[in-house]
Design a protein around this ligand. Structure first.
Ligand code: Z5A
Length: 211
């Protein structure tokens, strides 16, 4: 019988270095012989990528918090059914750039949507699926924003004020503190090599453990 693969998610604020880490961690896991699927949220499926275009579109500035949250979960419900659950069931590992913790941080912490509402949507669209490991790249807001600043036009979420991103960061940290066995908080102000080394260290316990 094929044992379930491992599910790893990357989280953090703007410019924290998730994409940079994803590339390095991908190389490492492939070198370990892991059969790996890379994906992201919002996105990862044709439907999810269409949702991503809408939620990041600066022209959608009138989007209310509830619509934003529901769109994130529409993308997620599709991604779980079309990609993540089948891959894990086939024994593949899944490395996902953001997952449900982002909704708690951005729509919960950032926008003020009550946590119970997010939990209801999580139960409905994700069921019992949770990551085996969540790497939280933690960085002062100003540092992350400075890193992201050189990338051209800001998307609809990136134009939010610093106070919004401070609430997002606090919500992420609170989630990590509440679930220390799932989260590994990584100091994202380290060099890219330092961040990767910390992430590799955090994945060690996933190898060889029966699913
Ligand atoms: N969102 C939401 O609201 N609710 C949800 O449920 C979900 C998402 C799932 C899209 O996310 C948006 O959707 C996001 C949250 C929201 N909005 N915001 N803001 P995304 O993940 O696609 O976009 P992002 O958060 O804006 O990621 P990013 O800004 O692209 O950052 P990153 O991937 O974490 O960083 P990076 O591209 O690897 O690095 C940024 C720059 O820093 C780049 O020049 C690097 O070369 C540099 N860098 C990276 N690492 C380092 C280190 N260690 N030192 C120095 N410089 C570094």
């Amino acid at each position: 019988m094929t044992s379930r693969g491992k599910f790893i998610t990357l989280e953090g604020g703007e410019g924290a270095g998730k994409s940079t880490l994803l590339a390095g961690l991908r190389q490492h896991l492939l070198a370990q012989g892991v059969d790996l699927v890379l994906t992201r949220e919002p996105g990862g499926t044709p439907l999810g990528e269409a949702v991503r275009a809408i939620v990041l579109d600066p022209a959608q500035r009138g989007m209310c918090a509830e619509s934003e949250l529901l769109l994130m979960f529409a993308s997620r419900a599709q991604l779980v059914r079309e990609c993540i659950a089948p891959a894990l069931a086939a024994g593949q590992w899944v490395l996902c750039d953001r997952f449900t913790d982002a909704s708690y941080a951005y729509q919960g912490g950032g926008r003020g949507v009550p946590e119970e509402r997010i939990a209801t949507l999580e139960q409905w669209s994700v069921g019992e699926l949770r990551p085996d490991l969540t790497l939280l790249l933690d960085l002062p807001v100003a540092t992350g924003r400075a890193r992201a600043a050189g990338r051209g036009e800001a998307d609809r979420i990136e134009v939010e004020a610093d106070a919004f991103f401070e609430r997002v960061r606090a919500a992420y940290r609170a989630r990590a503190a509440a679930e220390p066995s799932r989260f590994r908080v990584i100091d994202a102000s380290l060099t890219p090599a330092g961040v990767l080394a910390a992430a590799i260290d955090a994945t060690r316990h996933l190898f060889g453990a029966a699913a």
